[in-house]
Design a protein around this ligand. Structure first.
Ligand code: G3I
Length: 375
């Protein structure tokens, strides 16, 4: 009997042939009725029926080199975010000479496929141009950062529905009493500088929803317990300053075997929502490092972890977006940045490296379908 995964593989092939106008399918008359049957609902359809925008991160290079990935994303996603192409280091390697070619390619892909565009990320301490790494440590550091916010958000003004204005400013290992990152433009002051970035962002693109994005809030551990408290304090301080912040991004780089306690995460989501903020799950994927290599068991454990996490997340009506970080296992950042010790590729995402659905795809579909309606 074919397994669910095999059935999905057959579907993916048919769909791909249809999308590419394959002569093989079109020439064989008996296949035509099946090929032209109504397509399966996609993750974006399941999400739309509940008021949750589903999408993923992808890079311009990956889109150009992987037409099958591009077709799969166009079919399943209502929103995309450039994985790296809008980062400062990608855009402005030469000071004062921004190059938006790659980020525009992703924006164009989104537009051609009627998808929304997320912006990632105006301010981040990583992936900076070499010249800026130097200059932000000096007296002009804050002005440079504010200029970067105005430049990139101004360039895309009116085209991005939601921006990560600030990424990863919490650092529970910094030794600072406030739990924030030790980073030159921030070190001399307080939350006021983060608020200033949001004010600059609002001016640059008044219609984009403005988000603070960070990782490490999902599990129970001493570090993550502290990070959740720091995040709540930060949101309170930004609200006290009337900073124009609309949302909180929870990256959700998960790892099978970490200690997920639904009630702890659920409480955190409710506490964030109490500030009047929307919540976006911005970089969902699952590290399978701790699992034995066998694929079916790995896929099952990854899907189960996804299901538990997403069921909990979607209980909170403020959660209105879910984006995976990459869409196919062929292109996950984990293989380069967090390689498994046995050297085999991760099974982290909704599609495998042949663009067939993994059990994680089914888990996401079920959780979207079962989510309370927040439209
Ligand atoms: O494209 C160049 C290639 O031309 C060059 O030969 C090669 C040599 O180093 O580098 C390639 O660029 C790399 C790029 O990924 C594309 O693969 C960069 O070195 C590498 O630093 C970059 O890593 C990205 C990382 O952020 C740092 O910017 C990952 O792809 C990306 O997935 C990751 O994404 C972050 C989010 O922005 C924030 N949250 C965590 C998440 C995962 O770390």
């Amino acid at each position: 009997m074919p397994t669910k995964r095999h059935a999905h593989a057959a579907f993916s092939l048919k769909r791909r042939d249809l999308l590419t106008g394959s002569a093989a399918v079109l020439a064989i008359g008996t296949l035509a009725p099946a090929a032209f049957a109504a397509p399966d609902p996609s993750l974006k359809d399941f999400g739309a029926a509940r008021g949750i925008a589903f999408g993923c991160a992808v890079g311009a290079k990956d889109l150009a080199a992987n037409p099958d990935l591009a077709a799969a994303i166009a079919r399943d996603c209502a929103i995309v975010v450039p994985e790296n192409d809008m980062k400062w280091g990608a855009v402005e390697q030469v000071r004062g000479k921004p190059d938006y070619q790659a980020s525009e390619a992703v924006a164009d892909f989104a537009k051609r496929n009627s998808m929304d565009l997320r912006g990632h990320t105006a301010v981040w301490y990583l992936n900076m141009p070499a010249w800026a790494k130097q200059d932000i440590t000096g007296p002009q550091g804050r002005d440079l950062i504010l200029k970067r916010v105005r430049d990139v958000m101004g360039h895309f003004r009116g085209r991005v529905v939601e921006w990560d204005v600030i990424n990863e400013m919490i650092d529970h290992t910094s030794g600072r009493a406030d739990g924030m990152r030790e980073w030159p433009p921030f070190a001399a002051g307080d939350v006021g500088f983060i608020a200033d970035c949001f004010f600059a962002a609002k001016e640059a693109d008044p219609h984009a929803r403005l988000v603070y994005n960070d990782f490490g809030f999902e599990y129970v551990s001493a570090g993550e317990d502290q990070r959740r408290l720091t995040a709540l304090r930060l949101m309170e301080q930004l609200k006290t300053r009337d900073a124009p912040i609309d949302g909180f991004g929870i990256q959700s780089h998960l790892k099978v075997g970490n200690n997920f306690k639904p009630q702890t995460f659920r409480r955190f989501l409710a506490d964030i929502a109490d500030f009047g903020l929307d919540i976006s799950i911005t970089e969902f994927d699952i590290d399978d490092q701790r699992l034995a290599p066998e694929i079916e068991a790995r896929d099952a454990a990854v899907a189960e972890h996804a299901r538990l996490f997403l069921e909990t997340a979607f209980e909170e009506p403020a959660v209105k977006k879910l984006l995976t970080w990459g869409y196919s296992n062929r292109n996950t950042w984990l293989n380069a940045h967090r390689p498994r010790k046995d050297g085999i590729p991760h099974r982290a995402l909704p599609l495998d490296d042949s663009m067939n659905r993994t059990p994680m795809w089914d888990a996401i579909a079920d959780c979207l379908k079962n989510a309370p309606d927040r439209r």
